[in-house]
Design a binder for this molecule. Structure first.
Ligand code: ATP
Ligand code: LTN
Length: 335
């Protein structure tokens, strides 16, 4: 009945707010893609606990993440938005995939190397080591054609494809081989205080990132104190004027006005004028999303119902794939 191809992507509930980079670099694409795909969007709480999490914070951040996605346009009637731990098939398939992954193969994942180095090898968990294998399970359960992710996830997607091909050749065709849909660089947003580094929730200075959940005054203050340069001209020049270029790029991504048109309009104007207008543009784009997310957070029962419905939709497909996998590896069915 539904001829649209499947799509899956995931995000960790690891912060209390998404930032402008997550919004422009990922979420906007997810919202657009739900028109042409049967989309599954999963909030990966099992992945979040690969590093220590405070239980109360994890609970709040899981709901806040869901609320922001819905507020930004993920429509629970069109797409399945759900929490990973609500669909046990994720952990179950991950176990099977663990058993066909080589130790050396898993050891080559650069994200693990980076994160375990930061944590120190004694405090890095085995869960962090097998993180990419759980991610492969997230993906393969839904037989997606496309997986929209950032460049940093390319290696995990390659591993996912290798595992799918290995399983298919050992046990018979079970999984669709997914394509990585690497989201384009143009929407890369930089830190306002340190405009050569990408905007990131792990940034040293919170003033450098605009959060979706920030109030208007905070947004305005952060943009008005953005680092620029002393030259005084408003034009796109990433090498010599990263701060000004970042502001132009944020404006253009949100307002739809071309960079050329912005450069013309701001010719001869001071940075204060540019910052004022960028603040207005950001507030009018982000403000309604924040307000809607807060509204959703104030009715937790309704939010939990939406997530439960998402999980029910997800389980239909996930359980079907898992049943085929269990059968192929030789598990007998319970009576
Ligand atoms: P961390 O600070 O922990 O590295 P992050 O803020 O970079 O986290 P992720 O959770 O790694 O965010 O990424 C979620 C999605 O947002 C990914 O698809 C990623 O490519 C995208 N994204 C993150 N930061 C930016 C940015 N500054 N510009 C554009 N896209 C971004
Ligand atoms: N590792 C991803 C989050 C993630 C994911 C997924 C993305 C977990 N499971 C499945 C795509 C598909 C990240 O850190 N952005």
């Amino acid at each position: 009945m539904n001829a649209k191809p499947n799509l899956l992507s995931g995000m960790q509930p690891s912060a209390s707010s998404l930032h402008l980079g997550n919004y422009l670099g990922a979420l906007v694409n997810w919202v657009n893609m739900q028109e042409n795909f049967n989309a599954y969007y999963v909030i990966v709480d099992l992945h979040a606990i690969t590093v220590p999490q405070d239980p109360a914070e994890l609970r709040t951040n899981t709901r806040r993440t869901a609320a922001q996605y819905i507020a930004a346009g993920i429509d629970p009637a069109k797409s399945a938005l759900f929490v990973q731990s609500h669909v046990p098939a994720h952990a179950e398939l991950a176990w099977i995939l663990n058993c066909i992954t080589g130790f050396g193969e898993a050891s080559r994942m650069t994200q693990f190397k980076d994160k375990s180095q930061k944590a120190g090898s004694d405090s890095a968990s085995v869960g962090l080591f097998t993180y990419p294998i759980l991610q492969a399970a997230d993906i393969l359960l839904y037989q997606p054609k496309a997986v929209p992710v950032g460049e940093d996830q390319r290696q995990h997607l390659e591993l996912t494809r290798d595992l799918a091909e290995r399983f298919n050749s050992r046990f018979g065709k079970t999984f669709t081989i997914p394509e990585a849909h690497i989201m384009k660089e143009t929407a890369k947003i930089y830190d306002l205080q340190n405009p050569t580094a990408k905007m990131s929730k792990s940034a040293a200075d919170p003033k450098g990132l605009v959060n979706i959940m920030d109030d208007d005054t905070t947004i305005s203050k952060k943009i008005k104190s953005a680092v620029t340069d002393t030259e005084g001209s408003i034009k796109l020049d990433w090498e010599n004027k990263p701060g000004v270029s970042n502001l132009l790029s944020i404006h253009s991504s949100l307002s739809g006005e071309s960079i050329v048109s912005l450069e013309e309009r701001f010719e001869g104007a001071g940075y204060g004028v540019l910052k004022g207008e960028v603040a207005d543009v950001v507030i009018s784009a982000i403000g309604p999303i924040r307000d809607r997310a807060n509204e959703l957070m104030s009715d937790q029962a309704e939010l939990d119902r939406l997530l439960a419905r998402g999980a029910e939709k997800a389980k239909v497909v996930a359980n079907q794939t898992l049943a085929a996998v269990y059968d192929r590896v030789g598990f007998i069915k319970p009576e």
